[in-house]
Design a protein around this ligand. Structure first.
Ligand SMILES: [Zn+2]
Length: 284
């Protein structure tokens, strides 16, 4: 019974809001019957409501279309090519690396040449191979990743040779840009404009520093610590980075590396503060 009452009520409601015949015919004519001959309506819209400007606009489009038909196909092709080149340049520019964004920062190849003239950085580059030096260009230098070598009481040369031998053993992918020895000597084994295999997904935009350590606590010797701070700060200055851009391997992937700085957060913060001090000293 209630349902019937509702239906009756609704019908009454709808009767109340139903448009008059006049309104319906207006709606049909103007909005729904586009197949009908509405030429007078179109004329009215053009002439009365918006004046001649729309008609002129139609003529402009027709004129442009006719003009385009007269343009040789190769002119159109060249225009499209030029547009593509400009678009590509714009996209490339938007991927600008930090080295170009930071005033005074140098390019990777400039820094590499500078390293070759530093007597406190030795060089013994790895042979180019799939497992430790792929020879791929580093996309950018957006950070510096600190590692420990993970093999206690080994030297920089021993670890460099281990990376070089991966070309033969094909055991795994591993390498670094720099290795700091127990005695503080710094050995570069990958150029700073190339990718090294050390920091997982950050291999593409960071430099890696492996530090040798005397025991399985992962703690650095004083000499290795001082060299790590010096090298990190030197690279930060050249690439326009701050200590905020200096991270642990742990910060990339959660790996226990460098072990001592993961297990001793305070020591890590001290390391970064020491890097800051050297950066400030270098720029003053
Ligand atoms: Zn690591």
């Amino acid at each position: 019974m209630e349902n019937n009452e509702e239906q009756v009520t609704r019908k009454n409601d709808s009767d109340q809001v139903e448009p008059s015949n006049e309104a319906q015919s207006f709606g049909n004519r103007d909005f729904f019957d586009w197949d009908k001959d509405d030429s007078d309506l179109v004329d009215r819209i053009r002439n009365e409501e918006t004046g001649d400007s729309i008609q002129e606009g139609f003529m402009d489009i027709r004129g442009l279309s006719a003009l385009l038909k007269k343009v040789p196909w190769y002119v159109i092709a060249l225009s499209v090519l030029a547009f593509a080149v400009i678009l590509f340049a714009f996209i490339s520019e938007s991927r600008t690396t930090r080295e170009a964004r930071t005033p005074g920062a140098r390019s990777k190849s400039e820094v590499q040449i500078e390293i070759e003239n530093q007597d406190w950085i030795e060089q013994d580059l790895l042979p180019i191979n799939r497992f430790s030096r792929p020879g791929l260009e580093l996309e950018a230098v957006n950070g510096i990743v600190i590692h420990n070598i993970g093999n206690p009481d080994t030297t920089a040369v021993q670890n460099r040779n281990f990376f070089a031998n991966l070309a033969m053993t094909e055991e795994r992918h591993a390498s670094s840009h720099f290795i700091i020895c127990l005695d503080g000597a710094i050995l570069q084994c990958t150029p700073v404009d190339e990718v090294a295999y050390a920091s997982n997904e950050r291999n593409i935009d960071t430099l890696s520093i492996e530090v040798c350590h005397p025991d399985d606590t992962g703690g650095f010797t004083n000499e290795a610590y001082i060299s790590a701070v010096r090298l990190t700060a030197w690279l930060c200055v050249r690439f326009g980075l701050t200590s905020d851009d200096v991270i642990r391997h742990y910060d990339v992937q959660g790996k226990l590396c460098p072990q001592y700085f993961v297990e001793n957060e305070g020591a890590w913060l001290t390391f970064k503060a020491d890097v800051d001090r050297v950066i400030e000293f270098s720029s003053s």
